[in-house]
Design a protein around this ligand. Sequence first.
Ligand SMILES: Nc1ncnc2c1ncn2[C@@H]1O[C@H](COP(=O)(O)OP(=O)(O)OP(=O)(O)O)[C@@H](O)[C@H]1O
Ligand SMILES: [Mg+2]
Length: 328
Amino acid sequence: MMEKLLVTSKETEDHVNLEDEIRKKIYETYSGIITESKPIRNPKRMVKALREKFKLIVPERLVTLTIAAFLSNRPVLFEGPPGTGKTEIGEAILTLWAGKTAFVLPCSENYDEYRVIGDFHPLMALKYGFNEKSYIPRTLLAALVLDAGILIDEIRRSSEEFQNLLLDIIDKRRIIVPELKTIFKARGIGFQVIMTSNPEDIGQGELSDAFLRRVVRIKFEYPDRSLELEIIKLRTSDVEVKVPDSLLGKVLETAEKLRVRSTHKPGPSDTVMWIKLAKLVAQRKNKSIVDIDDILETAPIVLVKRDEDEDVVNEVVYEVFGVPLWKR
Ligand SMILES: Nc1ncnc2c1ncn2[C@@H]1O[C@H](COP(=O)(O)OP(=O)(O)OP(=O)(O)O)[C@@H](O)[C@H]1O
Ligand SMILES: [Mg+2]
Protein backbone atom coordinates (compact mmCIF):
# COMPACT_ATOMS: atom_id res chain seq x y z
CA MET A 1 0.00 0.00 0.00
CA MET A 2 2.76 2.43 1.00
CA GLU A 3 4.63 1.80 -2.20
CA LYS A 4 1.79 3.23 -4.24
CA LEU A 5 2.24 6.60 -2.59
CA LEU A 6 5.94 6.75 -3.21
CA VAL A 7 7.14 8.53 -6.30
CA THR A 8 9.98 6.99 -8.25
CA SER A 9 13.11 9.05 -8.83
CA LYS A 10 12.40 9.04 -12.60
CA GLU A 11 8.99 10.62 -11.96
CA THR A 12 10.54 13.23 -9.66
CA GLU A 13 13.07 14.06 -12.34
CA ASP A 14 10.35 14.44 -14.98
CA HIS A 15 8.54 16.80 -12.65
CA VAL A 16 11.56 18.98 -12.07
CA ASN A 17 12.01 19.22 -15.82
CA LEU A 18 8.39 20.11 -16.36
CA GLU A 19 8.46 22.81 -13.69
CA ASP A 20 11.69 24.19 -15.09
CA GLU A 21 10.21 24.19 -18.58
CA ILE A 22 7.21 26.25 -17.42
CA ARG A 23 9.43 28.57 -15.38
CA LYS A 24 11.63 29.11 -18.44
CA LYS A 25 8.60 29.90 -20.55
CA ILE A 26 7.40 32.45 -17.99
CA TYR A 27 10.82 34.12 -17.82
CA GLU A 28 11.01 34.30 -21.62
CA THR A 29 7.49 35.71 -21.94
CA TYR A 30 7.64 38.34 -19.23
CA SER A 31 11.30 39.32 -18.88
CA GLY A 32 10.80 42.17 -21.37
CA ILE A 33 8.20 43.91 -19.23
CA ILE A 34 9.55 43.21 -15.75
CA THR A 35 12.19 45.49 -14.33
CA GLU A 36 13.91 44.66 -11.08
CA SER A 37 15.06 46.84 -8.20
CA LYS A 38 15.88 46.34 -4.54
CA PRO A 39 12.70 45.45 -2.61
CA ILE A 40 11.49 48.12 -0.16
CA ARG A 41 9.76 46.72 2.92
CA ASN A 42 9.93 49.54 5.42
CA PRO A 43 6.82 51.81 5.55
CA LYS A 44 8.70 55.13 5.80
CA ARG A 45 11.01 54.28 2.92
CA MET A 46 8.08 53.05 0.90
CA VAL A 47 6.13 56.32 1.39
CA LYS A 48 9.20 58.20 0.17
CA ALA A 49 9.67 55.95 -2.87
CA LEU A 50 5.96 56.18 -3.75
CA ARG A 51 6.30 59.95 -3.95
CA GLU A 52 9.67 60.08 -5.67
CA LYS A 53 9.37 57.21 -8.11
CA PHE A 54 5.62 57.08 -8.72
CA LYS A 55 4.42 60.63 -7.90
CA LEU A 56 1.94 59.19 -5.43
CA ILE A 57 1.17 60.75 -2.06
CA VAL A 58 0.17 57.94 0.27
CA PRO A 59 -0.46 58.17 4.03
CA GLU A 60 2.05 56.13 6.03
CA ARG A 61 -0.83 54.43 7.88
CA LEU A 62 -2.11 52.91 4.66
CA VAL A 63 1.33 51.62 3.71
CA THR A 64 1.96 50.17 7.17
CA LEU A 65 -1.38 48.32 7.19
CA THR A 66 -0.74 46.92 3.72
CA ILE A 67 2.70 45.68 4.73
CA ALA A 68 1.28 44.12 7.92
CA ALA A 69 -1.29 42.28 5.78
CA PHE A 70 1.45 41.02 3.45
CA LEU A 71 3.45 39.73 6.40
CA SER A 72 0.44 37.86 7.75
CA ASN A 73 -0.27 36.37 4.33
CA ARG A 74 -3.58 38.15 3.85
CA PRO A 75 -4.80 39.64 0.60
CA VAL A 76 -5.54 43.35 0.73
CA LEU A 77 -8.68 45.02 -0.58
CA PHE A 78 -8.50 48.72 -1.46
CA GLU A 79 -12.05 49.95 -1.48
CA GLY A 80 -13.32 53.44 -2.18
CA PRO A 81 -14.64 56.00 -4.65
CA PRO A 82 -13.33 56.32 -8.22
CA GLY A 83 -10.17 58.25 -8.96
CA THR A 84 -8.75 58.09 -5.44
CA GLY A 85 -5.63 56.22 -6.54
CA LYS A 86 -6.55 52.64 -5.59
CA THR A 87 -5.18 51.04 -8.75
CA GLU A 88 -2.03 53.11 -9.13
CA ILE A 89 -1.15 52.99 -5.43
CA GLY A 90 -1.76 49.21 -5.29
CA GLU A 91 0.41 48.56 -8.31
CA ALA A 92 3.19 50.79 -7.00
CA ILE A 93 3.21 49.26 -3.49
CA LEU A 94 3.38 45.74 -4.94
CA THR A 95 6.20 46.75 -7.26
CA LEU A 96 8.26 48.30 -4.46
CA TRP A 97 7.57 45.41 -2.08
CA ALA A 98 8.67 42.69 -4.51
CA GLY A 99 11.36 44.75 -6.23
CA LYS A 100 9.75 43.74 -9.53
CA THR A 101 7.12 45.29 -11.77
CA ALA A 102 3.73 44.09 -10.52
CA PHE A 103 1.24 42.28 -12.71
CA VAL A 104 -2.21 43.78 -13.22
CA LEU A 105 -5.30 41.71 -13.84
CA PRO A 106 -8.38 43.76 -14.77
CA CYS A 107 -11.32 41.57 -13.72
CA SER A 108 -14.03 40.29 -15.95
CA GLU A 109 -17.01 38.15 -14.99
CA ASN A 110 -16.00 35.24 -17.20
CA TYR A 111 -12.57 34.74 -15.67
CA ASP A 112 -11.72 31.20 -14.68
CA GLU A 113 -8.50 29.32 -13.98
CA TYR A 114 -7.79 28.84 -17.68
CA ARG A 115 -7.70 32.57 -18.31
CA VAL A 116 -5.67 33.55 -15.28
CA ILE A 117 -3.50 30.53 -14.47
CA GLY A 118 -2.87 28.88 -17.81
CA ASP A 119 -4.30 27.04 -20.76
CA PHE A 120 -3.27 24.78 -23.60
CA HIS A 121 -2.65 26.17 -27.06
CA PRO A 122 -5.03 24.13 -29.26
CA LEU A 123 -2.71 23.69 -32.25
CA MET A 124 0.36 22.99 -30.10
CA ALA A 125 -1.68 20.48 -28.09
CA LEU A 126 -2.62 18.67 -31.30
CA LYS A 127 1.02 18.50 -32.25
CA TYR A 128 2.68 17.75 -28.90
CA GLY A 129 -0.21 16.58 -26.71
CA PHE A 130 -1.47 18.25 -23.53
CA ASN A 131 1.83 18.79 -21.79
CA GLU A 132 4.28 21.53 -20.79
CA LYS A 133 5.15 22.19 -24.46
CA SER A 134 1.60 23.25 -25.33
CA TYR A 135 0.86 24.95 -21.99
CA ILE A 136 0.56 28.75 -21.95
CA PRO A 137 1.13 30.16 -18.45
CA ARG A 138 -0.96 33.25 -17.67
CA THR A 139 -0.71 36.21 -15.28
CA LEU A 140 -1.46 34.66 -11.89
CA LEU A 141 0.89 31.72 -12.39
CA ALA A 142 3.54 34.08 -13.76
CA ALA A 143 3.32 36.32 -10.67
CA LEU A 144 3.65 33.35 -8.31
CA VAL A 145 6.57 31.83 -10.22
CA LEU A 146 8.42 35.13 -10.58
CA ASP A 147 7.71 36.06 -6.95
CA ALA A 148 6.09 39.31 -8.09
CA GLY A 149 2.95 41.07 -6.85
CA ILE A 150 -0.38 41.04 -8.62
CA LEU A 151 -3.09 43.69 -8.59
CA ILE A 152 -6.55 42.29 -9.18
CA ASP A 153 -8.47 45.31 -10.39
CA GLU A 154 -12.23 45.71 -9.84
CA ILE A 155 -12.68 42.40 -8.02
CA ARG A 156 -16.47 42.89 -7.85
CA ARG A 157 -16.63 42.27 -11.58
CA SER A 158 -15.48 38.67 -11.13
CA SER A 159 -17.56 35.64 -10.19
CA GLU A 160 -17.74 34.15 -6.71
CA GLU A 161 -15.99 30.98 -7.94
CA PHE A 162 -13.11 33.07 -9.18
CA GLN A 163 -12.88 34.90 -5.86
CA ASN A 164 -12.77 31.58 -4.01
CA LEU A 165 -10.10 30.24 -6.33
CA LEU A 166 -8.02 33.33 -5.62
CA LEU A 167 -8.39 33.06 -1.86
CA ASP A 168 -7.34 29.44 -1.94
CA ILE A 169 -4.20 30.28 -3.92
CA ILE A 170 -3.30 33.18 -1.63
CA ASP A 171 -3.96 31.12 1.49
CA LYS A 172 -1.81 28.18 0.48
CA ARG A 173 0.68 30.15 -1.63
CA ARG A 174 0.62 27.54 -4.35
CA ILE A 175 -1.10 26.85 -7.65
CA ILE A 176 -2.12 23.38 -8.68
CA VAL A 177 -2.26 22.62 -12.39
CA PRO A 178 -3.97 19.20 -12.46
CA GLU A 179 -3.54 18.82 -16.23
CA LEU A 180 0.24 18.91 -15.74
CA LYS A 181 0.11 17.05 -12.42
CA THR A 182 2.18 19.86 -10.99
CA ILE A 183 2.07 22.13 -7.96
CA PHE A 184 3.84 25.47 -8.25
CA LYS A 185 4.85 26.90 -4.89
CA ALA A 186 5.69 30.51 -4.07
CA ARG A 187 9.41 30.79 -3.46
CA GLY A 188 9.54 34.05 -1.54
CA ILE A 189 7.32 36.76 -0.01
CA GLY A 190 7.32 38.95 -3.13
CA PHE A 191 4.12 37.28 -4.35
CA GLN A 192 1.34 39.37 -2.77
CA VAL A 193 -2.14 40.31 -3.87
CA ILE A 194 -3.96 43.64 -3.73
CA MET A 195 -7.52 43.88 -5.02
CA THR A 196 -9.47 47.01 -5.75
CA SER A 197 -13.17 47.67 -5.65
CA ASN A 198 -15.55 50.57 -5.88
CA PRO A 199 -18.70 49.65 -3.97
CA GLU A 200 -20.68 52.53 -5.49
CA ASP A 201 -20.22 51.32 -9.06
CA ILE A 202 -23.64 50.40 -10.40
CA GLY A 203 -24.13 46.87 -11.65
CA GLN A 204 -21.27 45.31 -9.73
CA GLY A 205 -21.70 42.24 -7.56
CA GLU A 206 -21.50 42.02 -3.81
CA LEU A 207 -18.49 40.46 -2.14
CA SER A 208 -19.36 37.39 -0.09
CA ASP A 209 -18.98 37.30 3.70
CA ALA A 210 -16.44 34.49 3.36
CA PHE A 211 -14.40 36.67 1.04
CA LEU A 212 -14.57 39.75 3.27
CA ARG A 213 -13.57 37.68 6.30
CA ARG A 214 -10.29 36.70 4.66
CA VAL A 215 -9.18 40.03 3.22
CA VAL A 216 -7.71 43.06 4.94
CA ARG A 217 -10.01 45.85 3.79
CA ILE A 218 -8.45 49.29 3.54
CA LYS A 219 -10.86 52.12 2.91
CA PHE A 220 -10.03 54.97 0.52
CA GLU A 221 -11.71 58.37 0.87
CA TYR A 222 -11.54 61.60 -1.09
CA PRO A 223 -8.49 63.51 0.18
CA ASP A 224 -8.99 66.74 2.10
CA ARG A 225 -8.41 69.99 0.25
CA SER A 226 -4.80 70.55 1.16
CA LEU A 227 -3.84 66.99 0.21
CA GLU A 228 -5.71 67.19 -3.09
CA LEU A 229 -3.92 70.47 -3.85
CA GLU A 230 -0.60 68.80 -3.13
CA ILE A 231 -1.53 65.90 -5.43
CA ILE A 232 -2.51 68.28 -8.24
CA LYS A 233 0.72 70.25 -7.88
CA LEU A 234 2.87 67.12 -7.87
CA ARG A 235 1.06 65.64 -10.85
CA THR A 236 0.99 68.73 -13.10
CA SER A 237 4.35 70.33 -12.30
CA ASP A 238 5.77 69.12 -15.63
CA VAL A 239 3.76 71.79 -17.51
CA GLU A 240 5.42 75.08 -16.69
CA VAL A 241 2.38 77.30 -16.50
CA LYS A 242 1.17 78.81 -13.22
CA VAL A 243 -2.32 78.36 -11.80
CA PRO A 244 -3.49 81.03 -9.35
CA ASP A 245 -4.48 79.60 -5.93
CA SER A 246 -7.89 81.24 -6.21
CA LEU A 247 -8.65 79.21 -9.37
CA LEU A 248 -7.34 75.99 -7.83
CA GLY A 249 -9.64 76.59 -4.87
CA LYS A 250 -12.62 77.01 -7.21
CA VAL A 251 -11.75 73.82 -9.10
CA LEU A 252 -11.72 71.88 -5.83
CA GLU A 253 -14.96 73.50 -4.68
CA THR A 254 -16.61 72.44 -7.97
CA ALA A 255 -15.36 68.88 -7.58
CA GLU A 256 -16.54 68.69 -3.96
CA LYS A 257 -20.06 69.82 -4.89
CA LEU A 258 -20.26 67.39 -7.80
CA ARG A 259 -19.12 64.52 -5.59
CA VAL A 260 -22.42 65.01 -3.80
CA ARG A 261 -24.68 66.00 -6.66
CA SER A 262 -23.69 64.40 -9.98
CA THR A 263 -23.77 60.84 -11.28
CA HIS A 264 -20.14 60.90 -12.42
CA LYS A 265 -18.31 61.93 -9.28
CA PRO A 266 -15.02 63.63 -10.14
CA GLY A 267 -12.16 62.14 -8.12
CA PRO A 268 -8.64 63.49 -7.66
CA SER A 269 -7.77 61.77 -10.96
CA ASP A 270 -10.28 64.15 -12.62
CA THR A 271 -9.13 67.31 -10.84
CA VAL A 272 -5.55 66.42 -11.82
CA MET A 273 -6.62 65.95 -15.42
CA TRP A 274 -8.65 69.19 -15.38
CA ILE A 275 -5.70 71.30 -14.24
CA LYS A 276 -3.29 69.50 -16.56
CA LEU A 277 -5.53 70.14 -19.59
CA ALA A 278 -6.13 73.77 -18.58
CA LYS A 279 -2.37 74.30 -18.28
CA LEU A 280 -1.77 72.75 -21.69
CA VAL A 281 -4.51 74.86 -23.27
CA ALA A 282 -2.99 78.01 -21.72
CA GLN A 283 0.45 76.96 -22.94
CA ARG A 284 -0.86 76.53 -26.51
CA LYS A 285 -2.13 80.11 -26.29
CA ASN A 286 1.31 81.28 -25.16
CA LYS A 287 0.07 82.26 -21.73
CA SER A 288 2.22 81.80 -18.64
CA ILE A 289 -0.73 81.80 -16.24
CA VAL A 290 -3.94 79.79 -16.48
CA ASP A 291 -7.03 82.01 -16.48
CA ILE A 292 -10.73 81.37 -15.95
CA ASP A 293 -11.31 80.81 -19.71
CA ASP A 294 -8.83 77.91 -19.78
CA ILE A 295 -10.52 76.38 -16.74
CA LEU A 296 -14.03 76.73 -18.19
CA GLU A 297 -12.98 75.53 -21.63
CA THR A 298 -11.66 72.27 -20.23
CA ALA A 299 -14.36 71.79 -17.57
CA PRO A 300 -16.91 69.84 -19.68
CA ILE A 301 -14.35 67.30 -20.93
CA VAL A 302 -13.54 66.32 -17.38
CA LEU A 303 -16.83 66.87 -15.58
CA VAL A 304 -19.49 65.69 -18.03
CA LYS A 305 -18.98 61.98 -18.56
CA ARG A 306 -22.72 61.29 -18.77
CA ASP A 307 -25.26 63.42 -20.64
CA GLU A 308 -27.59 63.43 -17.65
CA ASP A 309 -24.96 65.38 -15.64
CA GLU A 310 -24.94 68.37 -18.05
CA ASP A 311 -27.46 70.40 -16.06
CA VAL A 312 -25.95 69.80 -12.64
CA VAL A 313 -22.43 70.59 -13.94
CA ASN A 314 -23.71 73.82 -15.45
CA GLU A 315 -25.46 74.71 -12.19
CA VAL A 316 -22.43 74.02 -10.01
CA VAL A 317 -20.03 75.87 -12.32
CA TYR A 318 -22.38 78.86 -12.20
CA GLU A 319 -22.51 78.71 -8.41
CA VAL A 320 -18.73 78.56 -8.08
CA PHE A 321 -17.44 80.70 -10.96
CA GLY A 322 -20.47 82.95 -11.50
CA VAL A 323 -20.51 82.12 -15.22
CA PRO A 324 -22.69 79.53 -16.97
CA LEU A 325 -20.80 76.91 -18.91
CA TRP A 326 -22.98 76.52 -21.96
CA LYS A 327 -24.11 80.01 -22.89
CA ARG A 328 -20.68 81.60 -23.05
N1 LIG B 1 -2.77 59.88 -3.55
C1 LIG B 1 -2.53 60.23 -4.82
N2 LIG B 1 -1.31 60.65 -5.20
C2 LIG B 1 -1.07 61.03 -6.47
N3 LIG B 1 -1.99 60.99 -7.45
C3 LIG B 1 -3.23 60.59 -7.14
C4 LIG B 1 -3.56 60.18 -5.82
N4 LIG B 1 -4.86 59.83 -5.79
C5 LIG B 1 -5.33 60.00 -7.03
N5 LIG B 1 -4.36 60.47 -7.86
C6 LIG B 1 -4.61 60.80 -9.27
O1 LIG B 1 -5.48 59.78 -9.73
C7 LIG B 1 -4.82 58.92 -10.68
C8 LIG B 1 -4.94 57.49 -10.25
O2 LIG B 1 -6.22 57.09 -10.12
P1 LIG B 1 -6.58 55.55 -10.10
O3 LIG B 1 -7.05 55.16 -11.45
O4 LIG B 1 -5.50 54.75 -9.50
O5 LIG B 1 -7.81 55.62 -9.12
P2 LIG B 1 -8.83 54.47 -8.74
O6 LIG B 1 -9.17 54.72 -7.32
O7 LIG B 1 -8.26 53.16 -9.13
O8 LIG B 1 -10.08 54.83 -9.65
P3 LIG B 1 -11.21 53.85 -10.25
O9 LIG B 1 -12.11 53.49 -9.10
O10 LIG B 1 -11.90 54.77 -11.22
O11 LIG B 1 -10.53 52.71 -10.89
C9 LIG B 1 -3.37 59.33 -10.71
O12 LIG B 1 -2.87 59.26 -12.01
C10 LIG B 1 -3.40 60.75 -10.17
O13 LIG B 1 -3.66 61.64 -11.23
MG1 LIG C 1 -8.92 51.68 -10.47
